[in-house]
Design a protein around this ligand. Structure first.
Ligand code: 5GP
Ligand code: ZN
Length: 112
């Protein structure tokens, strides 16, 4: 299996895990773009938002609720951003769906 995030999920590759349950893993991004930068992934391999099926609805819902909980735990009281990058124009570099939780400084809008 070649997928780097599948390998992180099953501990073949080390990461700084901040949360794990039977469905999800959350870990620190190796190249943080802000003081807090966590990635939330399902243990199940899905290529990205572009590959979601109706049956994935609950799983993606859990990713978002967990993102909120992690943001609360990490004290991101002033706000934060949740990001799914999708495809080439969206800046997706890893084809295993992941939700970025980014915070700890004011973030610019619109994105570059
Ligand atoms: P994307 O650009 O696909 O939305 O985000 C992929 C993210 O994964 C990037 O922010 C990148 O820094 C992070 N990343 C890539 N490889 C690794 C890795 O091996 N470990 C960790 N913790 N993060 C990674
Ligand atoms: Zn994968």
């Amino acid at each position: 299996m070649e997928c780097i995030f599948c390998k992180i999920a099953n501990k073949e590759i080390k990461s700084d895990i901040v949360y794990e349950d039977e469905l999800l893993v959350a870990f620190k991004d190796i190249k943080p773009v802000a003081p807090t930068h966590v990635l939330i992934i399902p243990k199940k391999h899905i290529d990205g938002v572009q590959a979601l099926k109706e049956e994935d609805e609950a799983l993606v819902g859990k990713m978002i609720v967990k993102a909120k909980e992690i943001a609360d735990q990490l004290g991101l009281k002033e706000g934060y951003r949740l990001v799914f990058n999708i495809g080439e124009h969206g800046g997706q570099t890893i084809n295993h769906i992941h939700l970025h939780v980014i915070g700890g400084r004011p973030l610019m809008w619109p994105p570059g």
